[in-house]
Design a protein around this ligand. Sequence first.
Ligand code: GN1
Ligand code: MG
Length: 365
Amino acid sequence: MENLVAAADRFKPHGKVIDIREHGGGNVNDTFLVTLDSGGERHFILQRINTRVFRRPRLVTQNMRTVTEHIHRRIERLSFGAGRRWEVPRVLLTQGGQDHWVDSSSSFWRAISFIDGAQSFDTVTDLEHGREVGCALGMFHRLVSDLPTDALADTLEGFHITPRYLRRYDEVLAQAALRSSPEVNFCVRFVGERRAGVHVLEDAKAQGRLPLRPIHGDPKVNNIMIDTATGQAISLVDLDTVKPGLVHYDIGDCLRSCCNPSGEETEQWEAVRFQTDLCRAILGGYLSLARDFLTENDYECLYEAIRLIAFELGLRFFTDYLEGNVYFKVRHEKHNLARALVQFKLTESIESQEASIRAMIQEMR
Ligand code: GN1
Ligand code: MG
């Protein structure tokens, strides 16, 4: 707590800190909402970066500044998304002018402005919300589409490179003292049956069929801020994983998160389904802003991306369970196993609807 107050004091733009509380349910970093006693902006967001995951945290803040400054400049002369309020968090500086602060126990802190009058949800509530989520991702991609990828650092090497996660899984599995259970056996078999398909996106990238573009990296439903007054999406927050990548990682991640009405934390993994009506609403919103820059090849790989990113997240959770929960924060020992089962069930549901999802994509392009 002492460190928390000290960190908040470094970044506070004015006034006195009167409250600090945990905010959101991030699986990697620690996030806090800070309240000040006076002034126009009463709140800001303070975060402690998990440096086990983000080994070079300075690159994270650097990317964040690059991307937020770029978007702020673009919003000023926006010729699309007419009438849409769109906000981007600002990176706050310490009194010494730094975009981060390292405390005496080597914790890495940074702060950003708080987006007021908006909220986020852990699941998509209806088709309208789904469409807005899609618009948010389309808006974001469009706003960064002219930012050269070499302006962004690779903050998390291997992120969303599915074959690398499979390799890591193999290493961990070989060393794990595997306690067999119906759930563990299901996961091992599930991964084993899908080994051949993990290269699709990386192959398309290597063959030059899919270009590197700036991506968000984590456009899950609760990173999309919805204006409490209008119900419109107004921001895509959590910019830690912005880096060069495939828009397919983002589209896949957004859909695996948003088309699962049970949510990724449900205990009822057997009931998890991929909802194609939500998928249609989200893609509709996305394409209303992103159609211009998608190529034929982009469309060709969309179904595979939807399937693969759900599978990949299941693989990441399962590997972390086997490894003893070293990456994702957990509330109990089998938490990552439960999360893996949810993503694998979702993958299964996507696979069972392949024909209709492909037909939907075809119809919308
Ligand atoms: C992690 O930390 P959080 O909750 O923003 C993870 C994402 C996963 C997500 C699943 C850097 O995001 O890739 O999709 O959990 N972030 C990182 O909820 O690994
Ligand atoms: Mg994140």
